[in-house]
Design a protein around this ligand. Structure first.
Ligand SMILES: [Zn+2]
Length: 237
């Protein structure tokens, strides 16, 4: 068999392998991105739950201070009760006291709600935190495995590419150029077998004169219809 032709067939199978590795790398990279996205969401959720808990504590302290202020005000009013000189003044003071008490009740209700929420969060948060840490750990392990897969595939691809360089250096330059141009213009293989007198690239019948040349396998033969390079499997077996 023509040496260039057998090199071309090898080159094509190398290119197929390289393209498989590239696709694999894309899949691994995407997986890594997805896992890292999940880790990020977990971290964000943890931060937001921590923030929420802090916010409740802060809100609670604020309400407690408001109640203290109202209590101060109420005891001040109680003192004033003994100093009022008229029924009108007394009634006005009573009204103030009632307002303050009503306000205090409202704030106490809010405080109670906050306390209940805080209590619930204090119970829930540690188990959430623990769960999140475990999930994160698992995701990281998963990611590390994919990273190793990616590294291995990258190395394999590099080896194949080195092999390709070696191979192309042995190949006729014009032929290599033709192969490259044909590869750019067509989907699938460029160097194809002739099966039962038909080109496997375009499924068209090959003329008898070409068939003879292909069977000899001494020169590079192009399909008259699709320009792919033809060979016969009999010459490889
Ligand atoms: Zn063809």
């Amino acid at each position: 068999m023509n040496k260039d032709l057998s090199l071309l067939i090898k080159l094509q199978s190398l290119d197929t392998e390289i393209s498989k590795k590239e696709k694999k790398k894309d899949v691994f990279s995407q997986q890594i991105e997805e896992i890292e996205g999940k880790i990020e969401i977990l971290e964000k959720e943890l931060v937001s739950r921590e923030k929420e808990l802090k916010q409740i504590k802060k809100e609670k302290r604020k309400k407690e201070r408001e109640i203290e202020d109202i209590d101060l005000l109420l005891s001040k009013y109680e003192g004033e009760k003994y100093k009022v000189k008229s029924q009108g003044e007394f009634a006005a003071l009573e009204k103030e006291i009632n307002e303050a008490k009503k306000n205090k009740t409202k704030i106490e209700d809010i405080l109670l709600e906050l306390m209940e929420k805080e209590e619930k969060d204090m119970v829930d948060f540690p188990s959430f935190k623990k769960g999140a840490a475990e999930k994160k750990e698992n995701l990281k392990k998963k990611r590390d495995i994919v990273v190793i897969n990616l590294e291995n595939t990258t190395k394999e691809e590099k080896d194949l590419k080195n092999e390709r360089v070696k191979l192309t250096s042995q190949l006729n330059f014009v032929l290599l150029n033709q192969y490259t141009q044909l590869s750019k213009g067509k989907k699938g293989p460029i160097v194809v077998p002739m099966e039962d007198g038909v080109c496997e690239g375009c499924n068209m019948r090959v003329s008898p004169s070409l068939m003879g040349k292909i069977k000899k396998g001494e020169e590079i033969v192009y399909c008259e219809n699709c320009s792919r390079i033809l060979y016969t499997l009999d010459n490889i077996r």
